[in-house]
Design a binder for this molecule. Structure first.
Ligand SMILES: CC(=O)CC(=O)O
Length: 260
């Protein structure tokens, strides 16, 4: 084929790695600096059956079927601007060490959704998450096409955890893993199937608060947050923090393991 005759170097056309669409890339290159992220995290116990259904091998669910759903108000992010994101994760172990496996995420902005999916393999989808103080209650909601599917509430900055900032800052850096899955152009063969560790840099926790929390989720086929049902809520937390995202590391390659 004629088009195969050139030396095939993408860098002949693009000085930096190209991102689709090339005329106006859908996201800027990182690193992306996050300032004053306000986070609401609800940790709950789900059922063993529901947890097992979303955790891929070689990950193992940790004791207690612990699941977290978190709202992040990204108030000031270089390259992306402000947006809101929900991450839904299961506490697991990988090679005997504790990790957090993020199995779904919902965002209200295209650019970080595409960057997260294409580069790191974050399972990001479009949704309408919101996080705001409603009177004295920090209120996280998620709607999908206008239908509310999740509601999390906790008292706004009730129990000050300033004396535990160092410990919680460490906790925030627990290894986060995602499953990057991309099909080949034949729409059949897997092209990428990797467990990816998401690297967090320059983590700085500026405030942390605890307190009781409530969580309600509605079954919805398009937005299956209720697929991991709440058996009981364990903890509510609010964090104010900074961090930088840029890259990840492949910790397990399923296609390579198959070839061995
Ligand atoms: C690049 C990303 O993955 C951004 C995010 O986590 O919102």
């Amino acid at each position: 084929m004629d088009s195969m005759k050139h030396n095939g170097r993408v860098s002949d056309w693009f000085p930096e790695y190209p991102v689709m669409s090339t005329l106006r890339p859908s996201y800027p290159r990182g690193p992306w600096h996050y300032k004053d992220m306000h986070q609401l995290i609800v940790t709950y116990e789900s059922t063993a059956e529901a947890v097992r259904a979303v955790v891929p091998r070689p990950l193992q669910p940790a004791e207690g079927n612990r699941v977290t759903i978190e709202w992040r108000n990204m108030t000031d992010v270089s390259g992306f601007g402000p947006y809101v994101e929900i991450g839904h994760s299961v506490a697991c172990t990988f090679e005997g060490k504790p990790v957090i496996y993020v199995f779904q995420a919902f965002l209200n902005s295209e650019s970080p959704t595409l960057a997260g999916r294409e580069i790191l393999g974050f399972p990001k989808r479009h949704g309408e998450p919101e996080l705001k103080a409603v009177r004295e209650v920090l209120t996280g909601t998620l709607s999908y096409g206008g239908t509310q599917v999740a509601l999390a509430t906790m008292p706004y900055r009730m129990v000050d955890l300033s004396d535990r900032l160092a410990e919680i800052e460490q906790e925030l850096q627990t290894t986060q893993l995602v499953l990057k899955l991309l099909p080949d152009v034949d729409n059949h063969t897997p092209k990428v199937a990797q467990l990816v560790k998401v690297n967090l840099y320059d983590v700085r926790l500026k405030g942390a608060w605890g307190g009781p929390a409530e969580l309600f989720m509605v079954p919805h086929v398009g937005c299956p947050v209720a697929a991991l049902p709440v058996v009981r809520v364990l903890e509510g937390r609010q964090h104010l923090w900074d961090m930088t995202l840029n890259d990840g590391e492949v910790v397990y390659d399923y296609l390579e393991a198959e070839r061995r």
